[in-house]
Design a protein around this ligand. Structure first.
Ligand code: ADP
Length: 501
């Protein structure tokens, strides 16, 4: 192998490696691409220079220019000129490498690399069968066996550099067609070479007549091809069967998953229906309790003693507590069953906040907590939503503020313009309290159904842990949201965002 041939192979190997790195890392980063393109053009240029030297049959050569002393030992003249078939391969593969750096030129690249592969393959046969005209088109220089190996490798590298495109894509993958293609390709290439060699040697040794040799060659080829074909067909049938079994299994498991989901949905519906009926039924006796308690409170049946009044107040408090829990459960089951509907309309902000204050005021007064509201000048006067549900959210947020505030604390509401979403204006309603706050680690959990920061015996406040879950679901159902920020020991701020008008 001449020095520049070795250099060319080394450089083209490096180029293919850079190409592989670029593809693996999926990096279209300019520096790597630029280096690859530069090297490819350099390789093509070297090939063209070599071809030019060969065509013009010049006495000088780049091999002689750089390595004069080592070339002196070579037996053939003119010194350092490369074989014609090698120079053609250099140009074809150089152009193929250049095309690798441009997207979508796979057919031309394959033709160029395929032609080089064919030339190298011819040289392989020439060396195996001892036909010099197949590896040496010139009188003095031929393609050396090691050079042939180099060309085979580089042309295969260029051909398969994009495994997902063109002919290479037929060979890669785990499907049946790729399996058949790989097996047949191997047999198609190796068998004729091997049988041809055996036949040739037998002929040279005069062991068989020409006719018998050809017949044996044909029969051996036919037998091997038939065996490979049957073997491949069997492998394909097994793989088809496996695929079918896997599909059947997947279908069965998807069917049982659907059945399981339907059963779970049915069970969930039954649970929701049960809860809805229970909540509804519980309200009736509770209303009676409230009616009779109110009658007693009005002292229609006669005046109450101090201790009777205190007991009556406890009855009324428990009744209110029970009613609010039942209301929460009812809302939750409605949400769960998906039967909730929204009657969306423009809602005047001030009047809905006044209404929420009216409902929560008695409780706030009882706990000595002050309620105050603040409207930003810029905030719109109305929001879009279902008034009943918006009121439910506001009452829940304010009640929580009252519930978790220390006596003497303040709950302040502030309305201002929020961050518009998809071009729709947003109004933020901040509900800030000066209560005990919520630990940061629990902030994301408080919106989960039945979650309460204080559990069991440490719990002093009523509720079942559904209020915030319901509020967030209702807000999201109206294209809004509820968020929270809190500093433990200082207070919490819940922000209800609603679409403005
Ligand atoms: P409930 O109030 O019925 O327990 P919620 O869903 O309304 O249920 O609230 C869940 C939990 O979040 C409460 O139990 C409480 O621990 C915490 N929390 C809610 N609002 C506040 C608040 N303003 N300050 C402190 N903790 C709060």
């Amino acid at each position: 192998m001449l020095p520049w041939t070795a250099f060319w192979f080394g450089l083209s190997g490096a180029t293919l490696w850079i190409d592989y790195e670029r593809r693996e890392r999926r990096s279209q980063t300019m520096p790597l691409l630029r280096i690859q393109r530069l090297l490819s053009f350099a390789l093509l240029a070297i090939g063209i220079v070599m071809a030019f030297q060969r065509l013009t049959g010049q006495e000088w050569s780049i091999n002689r220019l750089f390595f004069p002393r080592s070339l002196e030992q070579l037996p053939y003249r003119p010194l350092g000129l490369m074989a014609t078939n090698s120079t053609i391969c250099f140009v074809l593969l150089g152009a193929g490498l250049v095309l690798l750096t441009y997207a979508g030129r796979s057919l031309l690249r394959e033709i160029l690399a395929g032609a080089a592969l064919l030339i190298a393959f011819l040289a392989v046969l020439g060396h195996i069968y001892g036909v010099s005209s197949l590896y040496s088109l010139d009188r003095y220089a031929g393609m050396a066996p090691i050079t042939v190996v180099g060309f085979l490798l580089i042309s295969l590298g260029v051909l398969t550099a994009r495994p997902a495109e063109g002919a290479a894509s037929l060979l890669v993958g785990r499907d049946g067609s790729a399996l058949v293609a790989r097996r047949l390709l191997f047999v198609c290439v190796t068998l004729p070479i091997l049988f041809g060699l055996v036949w040739l040697e037998a002929r040279r040794a005069n062991a068989v007549s020409r006719e018998l040799g050809v017949s044996l060659f044909v029969i051996a080829t036919v037998v091997v091809f038939v065996v490979v074909l049957l073997w491949t067909a069997r492998a394909m049938r097994i793989s088809e069967k496996r695929k079918k079994d896997a599909l059947d299994e997947a279908e069965m498991s998807s069917r049982s998953a659907i059945e399981a989901r339907e059963t779970a949905e049915k069970a969930n519906r039954a649970k929701s229906d049960f809860l809805a009926v229970m909540s509804h039924e519980l309200r009736t006796p509770l209303n009676a309790i409230r009616g009779y308690a109110d009658l007693l409170d009005l002292e229609i049946e006669g005046p109450l003693t101090e201790s009777q009044r205190s007991q009556l107040q406890k009855i009324q408090k428990s009744e209110r507590h029970l009613l609010s829990m039942i209301d929460d459960l009812l809302s939750y089951t409605q949400i769960e069953s998906g039967r909730l509907t929204y009657d969306v309309q423009d809602i005047p902000l001030k009047s809905i906040i006044d209404e929420a204050f009216m409902i929560t005021e008695p409780r706030a007064r009882a706990r000595n907590v002050t309620l105050e509201a603040n409207f930003d000048e810029a905030s719109s006067e109305t929001v879009r939503g279902d008034p009943e549900k918006l009121l439910q959210i506001l009452v829940n947020l304010i009640s929580n503020g009252v519930k978790f505030s220390h006596p003497g604390g303040t709950i302040s509401l502030r309305c201002c313009d929020g961050q518009p979403t998809n071009g729709t204006p947003v109004i933020d309603i901040h509900v800030r309290d000066s209560g005990r706050g919520i630990p940061e680690s629990k902030l994301s959990e408080i919106f989960e159904p039945f979650f309460q920061v204080e559990k069991g015996l440490t719990r002093h406040n009523d509720g079942v842990g559904l209020g915030l879950a319901i509020s967030r679901t209702l807000a999201r159902g109206m294209s809004g949201d509820v968020m929270v920020s809190s500093v433990e020991g200082e207070g919490s701020t819940f922000v209800l965002s609603m679409p403005g008008t």
